[in-house]
Design a protein around this ligand. Structure first.
Ligand code: NAP
Length: 247
């Protein structure tokens, strides 16, 4: 067994950039062989995999839209063929478009639920039969669920579903020694948060947590790594808010 394989095999969805890319970096550093999933950013995913290989880690880029059942099945099959059976699933892929509920189009509603909820559902259902006993599942929720800011109703609806799935799924996996938890970040400096916001809005969000800064992707990767690693073994069915104390 190579050094890079000692901790097992992990899939990180939506790992081409943002929080997911940093989770992939951290899990490789912790000794996992990591599948860097992405939907369309193949250049970014390939670049990350090259960077991880350069640092002596083991990683592969695997395209797949998590909202599509067939893509998710293919994702697991490809990872099993290239890296081996999966130990850790991080359901990180997600989208956010802030629009008041009354102005939300049918298309935006459907797309947000298809990716943020359907994507997690597809991954969890597949993981139920494919994950190694003793595995870990970490789903990305959001602290926006506790803030109730205008414009976030649809997005918060999707993350509420993710938290509900996680709590019940943790119990349904009884006997398999698999934990299921959520990490709920506050505002983190990524495209998802920054796009469409003015400098002033960004400064306002930065001041909200008592620690008075935006989260960085590494802050969230650290929380995910805790739940994926030996120190997080007894935490199950929980939501860990990593947000600098904003809520
Ligand atoms: P981001 O910078 O926009 O990155 C999103 C990632 O998800 C990209 O790699 C993207 O890949 C991938 N993705 C999008 N749709 C996908 C699909 N259908 N199938 C597979 N991959 C897909 O977002 P982020 O800020 O890192 O957010 C990551 C997670 O954290 C999300 O679940 C988000 O809701 C949550 N979160 C973020 C914040 C924040 O402030 N940033 C706060 C709370 C929670 P492509 O480019 O290839 O599409």
């Amino acid at each position: 067994m190579s050094a890079a394989n000692q901790s097992g095999v992990a899939i990180v969805t939506g790992a081409s950039r943002g929080i997911g890319a940093n989770i992939a970096r951290r899990l490789v550093r912790d000794g996992f062989a990591v599948a860097v999933n992405y939907a369309s950013s193949s250049a970014e995913a390939d670049k990350l995999v090259a960077e991880l290989a350069q640092a002596g880690g083991k990683a592969v880029a695997v395209q797949g839209d998590v909202s599509k059942v067939d893509d998710v099945r293919r994702l697991f099959e490809t990872v099993e063929q290239q890296l081996g059976k999966v130990d850790v699933v991080v359901n990180n892929a997600g989208i956010l478009k802030t629009v008041p509920l009354a102005q939300t189009s049918d298309e935006l509603f459907a797309q947000t639920f298809a990716i943020n909820v359907g994507g997690v559902f597809n991954m969890l259902r597949e993981a139920a039969t494919r994950l190694n006993d003793g595995g870990r599942i970490i789903n990305l929720s959001s602290t926006t669920l506790a803030l109730n800011l205008p414009g976030y109703s649809i997005y918060n609806g999707t993350k509420a579903a993710v938290e509900a799935f996680s709590r019940v799924f943790a119990k349904e996996l009884r006997g398999r020694r698999i934990t299921v938890n959520c990490v709920a970040p506050g505002p983190v400096a990524t495209d998802l948060f920054l796009n469409g916001k003015t400098e002033e809005q960004i400064a306002q969000f930065s001041k909200m947590p008592p620690l008075e800064r935006l989260g960085q992707p590494e802050d969230i990767a650290n929380a995910v790594a805790f739940l994926a690693g030996p120190d997080g073994a007894w935490v199950n069915g929980q939501v860990l808010r990593a947000n600098g104390g904003i809520a």
